[in-house]
Design a protein around this ligand. Structure first.
Ligand SMILES: [Zn+2]
Length: 128
């Protein structure tokens, strides 16, 4: 059993979801119980494909000081092929994005923090 912290990291960085084998529903973020099946839940961990399509999006113009270099940016609700919907940044030009566009998950630099210059990565989506 991994410590909680590392489990979280694992889920975030690898797009690990849980799936209820009883009804076939995927959960992301992962859940330990299927609310539909409850005691009949059969939860297993699965890696999501990271592929999906843009359900909706918005262009953010009001960008915090430390993200100025990527202004403006696109935030999209992405419906993954397995079913879960994720809200994440879309790494493309605002004029490129449209609803129904196919995208895939990628790891991108999200920011840098403090004097130590620790670089954070997170899941973003890129056009497929
Ligand atoms: Zn279920």
């Amino acid at each position: 059993m991994l410590p909680r912290f590392w489990r979280k990291i694992k889920y975030r960085y690898n797009l690990i979801a849980t799936k209820c084998e009883n009804c076939g529903t995927y959960y992301y973020p992962p859940r330990n119980l299927c609310p539909k099946c409850r005691r009949r839940s059969q939860i297993v961990e699965v890696k999501l494909s990271g592929r999906g399509e843009v359900l909706s999006y918005s262009v953010v113009h009001d960008v915090p000081e430390n993200m100025k270099e990527q202004k403006p940016y696109v935030v999209a609700m992405v419906k993954l092929d397995e079913g879960p919907v994720i809200t994440a940044q879309l790494a493309c030009e605002p004029r490129e994005v449209r609803r129904g566009m196919r995208v895939k998950a990628a790891f991108r630099r999200c920011g840098e923090e403090g004097e130590a210059g620790i670089i954070y990565y997170c899941t973003k989506f890129v056009p497929e």
